[in-house]
Design a protein around this ligand. Structure first.
Ligand code: GTP
Ligand code: SPV
Ligand code: MN
Length: 595
C-alpha cells in the first residue's frame, strides 16, 4: 500500500467516476498473474497451450476490431494546438476531459478496477520513472506484469514522489446478469489520449497492445518525449544492442525503425559472421541521457517484449524462438491441432489445418492469413538467451552509433553514414517507411516517419527536431555516429535484394569498424558509403548486380525524395529548425552537382 497523496486522491476520483464493483491493488505476484490468466481462460479470451509443446503459455484472441494501435484515435491534448503540431491529432484539453469524463462515467460497472503501480526502468534507478495504471482488463494486468516492473517495491520506491497517472478502460460496462464478451472493448468509441502539460494518460475502448499497455508507447514515449524535451534527454523508439568483435571489443548501438520494421530482430540477431556477437538490451524503447563523460547513455525502460510474431522463425530469429519456448502470452496467433501456436513463416511448410486467429477452421487452400499480421507475443526479457548482463544497469550503456531505418523498396541504400550530428538528425527527421500492420490503416504506403516517432512524439515534431539538434550542441558531448540503413530494398522482381536478419551483421561490422576508425568509406552526395571491399561479404551469395543496386546512389530517386521532404517539412512552417532546411538544401545541391 501507499501513502502517496496524489495516488490516493486520483484513485478516489477514478473510482467515483468509473464505478467499478471492486478495487484491487496488484502486487505483481505470480499468484496474481495466474489468477488473471484464469479469468481469461474462463471468459473464453484465452486458451491454454499444450504444456508438452509450450509450457505455461496461452493464446489470447482479441476482438477482430481491436487488433492494433489506432493512430487516428490517438490524441495529444496540449493547451495550444501548435504544441501538438500538424502530425498529431489535437483536441482542446478541457473539451477532451469533458468527453472522456462522459465516457468513463460508469464504464467499469460490473467489473474490477485493478491498480497497477509500475516502473519504467529498474526500480529505484535514478533515471527510471513510475506510472500507475488503473484498468478493468485482466489481460492488461497480466501483460503489464511481463512488460514492466510492478508491485509493492514500486510503491516503496515511489514514496510520495510524482508519477504518471494512466487511466484505462475497455469501455464496456456490464449490467447485472449481462454475459461478458470474451474480449471486451468498445466498437464505437476509442480514445488514446495524452495531456502533455499535466502528464496524464486516459485510454478508452481498446484492450490491445500500445492502446492499452500504457507504460509503453503512451508513457515511455509520448509523455516521456515531453519530459525529455524539458529535461535535456531523449526518449526514443529504439532498440539497444551490444556488438562484440572477435577480439572481444564491444560497442553499444541504438536503432530507430518504425513499428514492425525490424527492431526486435536486429536486437536479438545471431550474426552471420563467425566470431561476432550480438547481445540484447532492448527491442523497442530507449531512454538516453548524457553521462559525465559527455557520452549518451541508453537504457531500456521495459522489462519484456511485446513482439511481432509473423516472420519469426529458427532462421530469421533463433533467439526469439528460444525466448518463446515457455511462459508466453500469444495474442492473435493461429492454433495448431496439437495445441501449439503458429504464424506465417514460422515453418517452411504450411500446416494443413489450423484454427485461425479468429477461432475459425483454416486450411492451407484458403490462402488467408492464419495469424493476424500484427499477432504478437508477450514475454519477459529475462527469457531471452542473449540478454546482455548489463541490460538492467540503472545508468545505461554508452552509445557509439545510432541507426535510422525504414522499409524502402527503392532509393535508400543498404547503409550510409552521416558526416555529423546535424546531417544525421536531418536523415532521421526526413526518413520514410512503408506502413505496416502495427497500426490500423492501409499497409505499404510510403510515409515520412521521423526517427520512427511519427505516432509516438508527444509534442510538435518540429520542436522535437530542434530538441535533437540541441542535444548535438551539449557542451562536452562525445556524440554517437549516425547511420541510415535499409534492409528492405527490392529488385525489379519485387524480391528483397538483401537477405536481412543475421546477415545484417555485415552492416553492423562496418559500422563497428567505422566507430573504431578502421573501416574505409567513400564520400557520396548522400553520405559516406562502404568503400569497395569494406563490407564483409565472406560466405554470402549475393550477386554483384544486387550488391551494386544495394549500394547505388540513386541521384534521381534522392532528388525526388528531397522534393517530398521539402513538402513534408513545409507543413511545420516556421517551427522547422533552420539547420534542417540548410541540410536539405546542401543535399539537393550535392545531388544536382553530381547528376
Ligand atoms: P514493433 O514491435 O512494432 O515496434 O516492431 P519491430 O521494429 O521490433 O519489428 P520486428 O523486428 O518485430 O520485425 C517486424 C517484421 O519485419 C517481422 O515480420 C520480421 O520478420 C521482419 N523483418 C525484421 N528484420 C528484417 C530484415 O532484416 N529483413 C526482412 N526482409 N524482414 C525483416
Ligand atoms: C509498435 O506498434 O511500435 C509496437 C507495438 O511496438 S504496440 O505496443 O502495440 O505499440
Ligand atoms: Mn514499437
Amino acid at each position: 500500500m501507499t501513502k502517496n497523496a496524489k495516488l490516493q486522491d486520483w484513485l478516489k476520483q477514478a473510482v467515483a467516476m468509473c464505478q467499478p464493483d471492486r478495487v484491487r491493488w496488484c502486487d505483481g505476484s505470480k499468484a496474481e498473474y495466474d489468477e488473471m490468466i484464469d479469468l481469461l481462460l474462463r471468459s473464453g479470451a484465452a486458451l491454454k497451450l499444450d504444456p508438452r509443446r509450450r509450457p505455461h503459455s496461452y493464446l489470447v484472441r482479441s476482438d477482430p476490431g481491436d487488433v492494433a494501435r489506432v493512430e487516428d484515435r490517438t490524441f495529444i491534448c496540449s493547451e495550444h494546438e501548435q504544441d501538438a503540431g500538424p502530425t498529431n491529432n489535437w483536441r482542446d484539453p478541457a473539451e477532451m476531459k469533458a468527453t472522456l469524463t462522459g465516457l468513463f462515467t460508469g464504464c467499469m460497472r460490473g467489473r474490477t478496477l485493478y491498480v497497477i503501480p509500475f516502473s519504467m526502468g529498474p526500480i529505484g534507478s535514478p533515471i527510471a520513472y513510475a506510472g500507475v495504471q488503473l484498468t478493468d482488463s485482466p489481460y492488461v494486468v497480466a501483460n503489464m506484469r511481463i512488460m514492466t516492473r510492478t508491485g509493492q517495491p514500486v510503491l516503496d520506491a515511489l514514496g510520495d514522489r510524482d508519477f504518471v497517472p494512466c487511466l484505462h478502460s475497455v469501455g464496456m460496462p456490464l449490467n447485472p446478469g449481462q454475459k461478458d464478451a470474451a474480449w471486451p472493448c468498445n466498437t464505437d468509441h476509442k480514445y488514446i489520449v495524452h495531456f502533455p502539460e499535466t502528464r496524464e494518460i486516459w485510454s478508452f475502448g481498446s484492450g490491445y497492445g500500445g492502446n492499452a499497455l500504457l507504460g509503453k508507447k503512451c508513457l515511455a514515449l509520448r509523455i516521456a518525449t515531453v519530459m525529455a524535451r524539458d529535461e535535456g534527454w531523449l526518449a526514443e523508439h529504439m532498440l539497444i544492442l551490444k556488438l562484440t568483435n572477435p577480439a572481444g571489443r564491444s560497442h553499444y548501438i541504438c536503432g530507430a525503425f518504425p513499428s514492425a520494421c525490424g527492431k526486435t530482430n536486429l536486437a536479438m540477431m545471431r550474426p552471420a559472421l563467425a566470431g561476432w556477437k550480438v547481445e540484447t538490451l532492448g527491442d523497442d524503447i530507449a531512454w538516453m541521457r548524457f553521462g559525465d563523460d559527455g557520452r549518451l547513455y541508453a537504457f531500456n525502460p521495459e522489462a519484456g517484449f511485446f513482439g511481432v510474431a509473423p516472420g519469426t522463425n529458427e532462421r530469421s530469429n533463433p533467439n526469439a524462438m528460444t525466448t518463446l519456448r515457455e511462459d508466453v502470452i500469444f495474442t492473435n496467433c493461429a492454433l495448431t491441432p496439437d495445441g501449439d501456436v503458429w504464424w506465417e513463416e514460422m515453418t517452411d511448410a504450411l500446416p494443413e489445418r489450423l484454427t485461425d486467429w479468429r477461432g475459425q477452421p483454416w486450411t492451407r487452400d484458403l490462402k488467408t492469413n492464419a495469424a493476424h499480421p500484427n499477432a504478437r507475443f508477450t514475454v519477459s526479457a529475462s527469457q531471452c538467451p542473449v540478454m546482455a548482463p548489463e541490460w538492467q544497469n540503472p545508468h545505461g550503456v554508452p552509445i557509439s552509433a545510432i541507426l535510422f531505418g525504414g522499409r524502402r523498396a527503392t532509393v535508400v541504400p543498404l547503409v550510409q553514414e552521416a558526416w555529423d550530428w546535424n546531417y544525421g538528425t536531418f536523415l532521421g527527421s526526413t526518413m520514410g517507411s512503408e506502413k505496416t500492420a502495427a497500426a490500423t490503416g492501409k499497409v505499404g504506403v510510403l510515409r515520412r516517419d521521423p526517427m520512427a516517432m511519427l505516432p509516438f512524439c508527444g509534442y510538435n515534431m518540429a520542436d522535437y527536431w530542434a530538441h535533437w539538434l540541441r542535444i548535438g550542441k551539449h557542451s562536452g558531448a562525445r556524440l554517437p555516429r549516425m547511420y541510415l540503413v535499409n534492409w528492405f530494398r527490392k529488385g525489379a522482381g519485387g524480391d528483397y535484394l538483401w537477405p536481412g536478419f543475421g546477415e545484417n551483421a555485415r552492416v553492423l561490422k562496418w559500422i563497428f569498424e567505422r566507430c573504431e576508425g578502421t573501416a574505409k568509406a567513400v564520400e557520396t552526395p548522400i553520405g559516406r558509403l562502404p568503400a569497395e571491399g569494406e563490407l564483409d561479404l565472406s560466405g554470402m551469395d549475393v550477386s554483384r548486380e544486387d550488391l551494386a543496386e544495394l549500394l547505388h546512389v540513386d541521384t534521381a530517386g534522392w532528388l525526388g525524395d528531397a522534393a517530398e521532404m521539402r513538402e513534408y517539412l513545409a507543413q511545420f512552417g516556421s517551427r522547422v529548425p533552420t539547420e534542417l532546411w540548410a541540410e536539405l538544401e546542401a543535399l539537393e545541391n550535392r545531388l544536382k552537382a553530381s547528376a
